[in-house]
Design a protein around this ligand. Structure first.
Ligand code: C2G
Length: 134
């Protein structure tokens, strides 16, 4: 069984997230998604989420492509996770291109997928605050 892992906040779940998870699952048989905790987002990414980590994990867990959800609470857990879960493929959107190539040294295939253009959690929040002028 080919095991795939990906990491993210998945706040205000949108089509960009879904496209990523669908393509990640196409690369293997079992997809684990590590969802960033509220603490990790606030302290490490400086992000305040609209949706709590408990709810973001439940939403991601309900996505048909996802087989397992774990918390992400440190930048440094990826190597340990890949070993613990026997990961074959690590996947991220290409805004992270090159950032996680060190995982290749662990025998993990590293794949960066093209982001979905025109959508992001930040854009959704902004557009809700300042609707485009008609
Ligand atoms: N994504 C995408 N297209 C978008 C928006 C996001 O493909 N329009 C991808 C991102 O590249 C990422 C995943 O969806 O692979 C989750 O995106 P975020 O929730 O924004 O996650 P991020 O803040 O990038 O956190 O340790 C890694 C971090 O946890 C990643």
């Amino acid at each position: 069984m080919k095991k795939v892992i990906t990491y993210g906040t998945f706040d205000l779940f949108h089509i960009g997230h879904l496209n990523l998870l669908r393509r990640a699952k196409e690369l293997g048989d079992y997809l684990i998604v590590a969802v960033s905790t509220d603490r990790f987002n606030l302290e490490e990414k400086g992000k305040i989420c609209a949706i709590s980590d408990v709810d973001r994990m439940e939403i991601v867990r309900a996505i048909r492509y996802v087989d397992e959800v774990i918390p992400e609470d440190s930048w440094d857990q990826k190597v340990k996770d890949c070993k613990k879960y026997g990961i074959d493929v690590f996947v991220m959107g290409d805004d992270w291109k090159g950032k996680f190539d060190f995982l290749k040294d662990e025998g993990v295939e590293v794949v960066y997928l093209p982001r979905t253009e025109g959508i992001s959690s930040t854009k959704i929040k902004h557009d809700l605050k300042e609707p485009a002028k008609k």
